[in-house]
Ligand binder design. Structure first.
Ligand code: AMP
Length: 112
């Protein structure tokens, strides 16, 4: 499959790994929008949040279980933001479900 994040998970494209287990891979965003900008992805290919279902939601649950661990390891004691962009109107550019973990500064109140 011609998917950038599947290739990163497989190690075919290099990444700055932050966390990995059997269901989840996390790595630093190549174009960080905050002092800490980590992408957290399921190891199964789901194109976006729109493909989450009862069959695969264990991957998403695991992502949200590890987010506090990653945030703690990254020193985000003052808080952070988790975002997933979905589809054209959501400005999703990579078609593999991913959650942006942003922090390390006071983030904007803007949500759009
Ligand atoms: P989105 O626009 O929500 O689909 O986010 C895709 C994110 O992937 C962007 O923040 C990009 O900077 C990031 N990105 C694209 N290619 C890479 C890469 N090779 N390594 C790390 N992050 C990447």
């Amino acid at each position: 499959m011609d998917c950038l994040f599947c290739k990163i998970i497989a190690g075919d494209i290099p990444s700055a790994k932050v966390y990995e287990d059997d269901k989840v891979y996390a790595f630093r965003d190549i174009n960080p929008m905050a002092p800490v900008h980590v992408l957290i992805v399921p190891k199964c290919h789901l194109a976006s949040a729109d493909e989450v279902s009862a069959d695969n939601s264990a991957y998403v649950a695991r992502i949200f279980e590890v987010i506090p661990e990653i945030a703690k390891a990254e020193g985000l004691a003052n808080g952070y933001r988790v975002i997933t962009n979905c589809g054209e109107h959501g400005c999703q550019s990579v078609k593999h479900l991913h959650f942006h973990l942003l922090g390390g500064k006071q983030l904007s109140e803007e949500m759009d």
